[in-house]
Design a protein around this ligand. Structure first.
Ligand SMILES: [Zn+2]
Length: 517
């Protein structure tokens, strides 16, 4: 999922593996002239009329029947999004992915490159990758006439056949489609199908490839009209001049669902021409989320042994799930999968920092490290008004606490932890520095009656690495705090409210409060 890190490099790496299946068997002796091309596997009959959508369809069918994994690295969409994308491609549709942030939309679009031929022949030097048999730009048409079978051919690798643009309100027709020099146009009396005066924009440069526009609703209406005209007729007006551009492009888009359906954001004829609307989604289960986060996060750090206990992964993932459900978090923008990914990376760094400072060989991530990772989380959700009042950091803390509570229940719902609670109720407190030595930390924790009898539920025992034991014990205490069975504060660490103390609330309420003035 958008678990981002989309990599165009990946596409080109993959292109090496798959060349043999993609009709470029002749790569060793690639034709350089039109006459040679004609006699090769890239005959006129085969590719003159073949569109990029035909090409994607053919290759996809081949991969489907070979039973290949179509979107390696995209998880959780096998039964939902991927079959719909396959249908869209088989239907030769332009399509849009509708989803909230961090749902792998952009990554899926970039991965479409893998269904293109490894390389295709183009007219050498053409700005818009003209098909050697059917050039559309004026310059190539003239060259084809004068050079005939000696027209030079170049080979375009698929990684170069994907063009992407983030829509913003200031994107212009000139950016997307192109610009004309009106003075030259007027002087020459050109009918402006004379494209010699055109400076091509991004879309013509994506000719014979894939053109992706992210956040389509942010594109000005005028440009949407231009896109529609290109899709519909291959005609478009630039500065009032009609320009004929019968481009061959797969158009793909992304949008936030609410923006896309909001009245007036997308011109109706364009919407009508988008063949399929495909809804993306967040991982359906915590385990699915963990699989994505594990795949996408950078946790194998050089040299040091890093342990991430399973309950730590669960808590981090659960934070994202809680945030997506939280009323104080803006649901329309969503909570990206990048939140748990960044959080895990930052928590691992916190563990790494502690281990390096203390000269310890193994770094074990703990709940405290998740709290230390709050700076990696606060920018990844938008708050509603009520949330704004509390502040992103407080909200993040509450989310972590509640996520700990949920994970804790999974492991300890049947466990009697009364001995631990009683130890605190007996007036004991436990506080340690977040960056302290693991061995000292462990010694402190061992004082708590019964604490280490219970960490076995986490698969941890006394023979394990001290870091694992500390992390497990700390999780247990954090869980008790999340369920309000003990207390915790910055100053005191873990403690229990004195149970029979005489009405401390009354004492407090007698302290005169400072009024606003
Ligand atoms: Zn050309």
């Amino acid at each position: 999922m958008e678990a981002a890190r989309p990599s165009p490099q990946k596409a080109s790496e993959k292109s090496v593996d798959k060349t043999s299946t993609k009709g470029s068997e002749q790569m060793s002796s690639k034709p350089n002239l039109l006459g040679e091309l004609r006699k090769s596997g890239w005959s006129e009959a085969r590719i003159a009329e073949r569109t990029v959508k035909d090409e994607l369809r053919d290759n996809l069918l081949q991969e489907l029947s070979a039973g290949e994994e179509l979107f390696p690295g995209i998880r959780g969409y096998d039964d939902t999004v991927i079959p719909q994308i396959i249908n869209a491609i088989l239907s030769r549709h332009n399509f849009i992915l509708l989803g909230l942030r961090g749902q792998a939309k952009t990554r899926i679009l970039r991965d479409l490159v893998n269904f293109l031929d490894a390389e295709i022949p183009v007219v050498a030097g053409c700005e818009i990758n003209d098909n050697p048999y059917r050039p559309i730009c004026r310059a190539c048409r003239e060259r084809a006439k004068t050079e005939g079978e000696a027209l030079p051919i170049a080979w375009l690798p698929r990684a170069h056949r994907y063009v992407e643009k983030l829509a913003t309100p200031d994107v212009t027709i000139a950016d997307i489609i192109g610009d004309v020099d009106p003075i030259r146009a007027a002087k020459g009396g050109h009918d402006l199908s004379d494209e010699l005066t055109i400076h091509y924009g991004l879309l013509p440069r994506a000719n014979r490839g894939i053109f992706a526009i992210n956040e389509l609703p942010d594109l000005a209406g005028k440009i949407q009209v231009g896109l529609f005209n290109i899709m519909q007729e291959g005609d478009v007006q630039v500065k009032g001049y009609p320009v004929r551009l019968p481009l061959d492009v797969l158009l793909v888009f992304t949008a936030n669902p609410e923006d896309y359906t909001a009245r007036g954001k997308i011109i109706t004829p364009l919407k009508d021409r988008i063949g399929s609307e495909i809804r993306t989604h967040y991982p359906a289960s915590v385990n699915e989320g963990i699989a994505i986060t594990t795949q996408e996060s950078w946790t194998h750090r050089d040299g040091r042994n890093i342990e991430i206990p399973p309950y730590i992964r669960e808590v981090i993932e659960e934070v994202a799930f809680q945030a997506r459900e939280d009323k104080r978090v803006d649901r329309r923008s969503g909570v990206s999968q990048r939140l748990p990914i960044s959080c895990l990376e930052n928590a691992v760094s916190s563990a790494e920092q502690r281990a390096v400072r203390n000269g310890e060989k193994t770094a074990v991530a703990r709940i405290a490290d998740i709290y230390s990772a709050i700076p990696s989380m606060t920018g990844k959700f938008e708050l509603e008004y009520e949330g704004e009042l509390r502040g992103a950091e407080s909200i993040a803390r509450e989310l972590i606490r509640s996520a700990v509570g949920k994970a804790f229940t999974k492991y300890f719902s049947d466990t009697n932890l009364q001995s631990v609670v009683q130890w605190f109720e007996g007036g004991n407190e436990l506080k340690f520095a977040a960056t302290g030595k693991t061995s000292e930390h462990l010694a402190e924790l061992r004082k708590v009656t019964g604490l280490f009898d219970h960490v076995a539920a986490l698969g941890v025992n006394a023979k394990d690495d001290a870091g694992l034991q500390v992390a497990a014990a700390e999780f247990l205490l954090e869980g008790l705090w999340a369920h309000k069975r003990i207390s915790r504060s910055e100053e005191r660490g873990f403690f229990a409210e004195a149970r029979k103390a005489p009405e401390p609330r009354d004492v407090q309420s007698r302290i005169p409060r400072r009024q606003f003035n």
